[in-house]
Design a protein around this ligand. Sequence first.
Ligand code: HPA
Length: 266
Amino acid sequence: MINIRQFKKLLLNRHPHCAIILGSGLGAVADSIKKPLVIKYSDIQGFPTSTVAGHKGQMVIGTLGKHEVLCMQGRFHLYEGYHPSIIKDVISSLKQVGIKQLIITNAAGSLNPKILPGEIMFITDHINFSGLNPLIGENDEKIGPRFVDMTSAYDTEMRKCFKSVATKLKIKTHQGTYIFVTGPNFETPAEIKAFRILGADAVGMSTVPEVISASYCGIKTVAMSVITNFGAGMQKQKLSHEQTLACASKGATNLTKLIKAYFMEK
Ligand code: HPA
């Protein structure tokens, strides 16, 4: 078991300044990391362990292209029962070990008929529909302010950079607003209808607590969704599980390519 000081020491001769949070099905990014140093969450003091199947619960630190990166394979969802402030603690430990930029990926349902399963959406803004917030509780002004400005939570420059890499790779991307629900149930058709009226383009059960925490700590963030399905009630025919998996895999392959190319180019 290591504490945050020892964790920092371990990263001393690596000094990654970019962290990547990998959603389900996106583990291949970590497989491309050269000279990997793997640290299990369960070996870091105060770190919770991920309970979702397919989420590994470890960090992989090493070289991607010309850069040192820290990949989180496995994230903490509120539906697993974690207290929201745990996400603030995790993100602020990334800040403490020198992380300045964050790339967040997730799987999401589409609320916009123009954004199809298998495609990628850059998140440009969000609606926190959970009623929960990782920053609720006592505030440590040394880490971040009590009242956080969310106007630039999704960094325009990082997004522009990703967008130009996607264009070069001929990968179709969209931009839109993500609405965050805790889950774990999928939405009802009435909820999907309401979310569309609210102006959301995609719905999912992650990312927003991480983005709020990153804004709080002053970490620049880009977030991308792999669209795996249309929201409940948006299609007449039931989406087959096989079709969902095939779309998720196509989107994940493209997003993996995109992230790798981003680091090769920069
Ligand atoms: N709803 C919420 N989260 C999701 C969905 C969805 O339809 N698809 C993938 N993650």
